[in-house]
Design a protein around this ligand. Structure first.
Ligand code: HEC
Length: 164
């Protein structure tokens, strides 16, 4: 038991940095978002740009479409742009600081629909997205303080990798 735990911890420690360096938007993130998110976040779905989305979030919520995230530039609006941290807040599995122990409301979409309860698939996809964002870059903070959640710091921002 002890031995296998050690082995898996050792493997994770070795595998993670290798994966982080290799994860790119083009190779890993874009195909994933196309598969799991395009249904509601794409031109075909009638998604607005982030600027349009921010003008009338309630309307788009009713129409069940989210902001465009179908290009690198659109996606960055959700990471460190107009909606800084939204990507991390919505996709977090509930374990990050300030998540309050609750997964973000888009986390479940990281699994196939017919596989909704397959938490392993969601978790594996989340690990890829976290590696893409960069070690220490997965933060739920916004650009400005909100309630108990402090604003994102320069140090946190500097951790973002987001390789194209
Ligand atoms: C069934 C439709 C649907 C799917 C599938 C879906 N989303 Fe969404 N998403 C929405 C809607 C509607 C909103 C806007 C309402 C809200 O904020 O919850 C939204 C909002 C968001 C936001 C917050 C935007 C902001 O600036 O506040 C993010 C980030 C997001 N989605 C990411 C994703 C990702 C990544 C995926 C795929 C893993 C995904 N969504 C899959 C419908 C969907």
């Amino acid at each position: 038991m002890k031995l296998s735990l050690f082995a898996s911890v050792a493997c994770a420690a070795i595998a993670l940095p290798a994966m982080a360096a290799d994860v790119t938007y083009r190779k890993d993130v874009a195909p994933m978002l196309k598969k799991y998110c395009a249904e509601c976040h794409s031109v075909a779905a009638g998604s607005p740009s982030m600027a349009e989305f921010k003008l009338d979030e309630e309307k788009f919520k009713k129409e069940k479409v989210g902001p465009l995230s179908d290009t690198y530039e659109h996606l960055l609006q959700l990471v460190n742009g107009m909606s800084t941290g939204a990507f991390m807040r919505r996709l977090d599995d509930g374990t990050s600081p300030y998540a309050g122990g609750k997964p973000g409301n888009m986390y479940k979409y990281l699994c196939e629909r017919e596989n909704k309860d397959n938490n392993a698939e969601c978790a594996a996809n989340l690990a890829v997205l976290k590696a893409w964002v960069g070690e220490g870059g997965w933060n739920l903070n916004r650009m400005t303080t909100r309630g108990d959640v402090p604003a994102l710091t320069k140090e946190q921002m500097d951790k973002l990798k987001l390789k194209y």
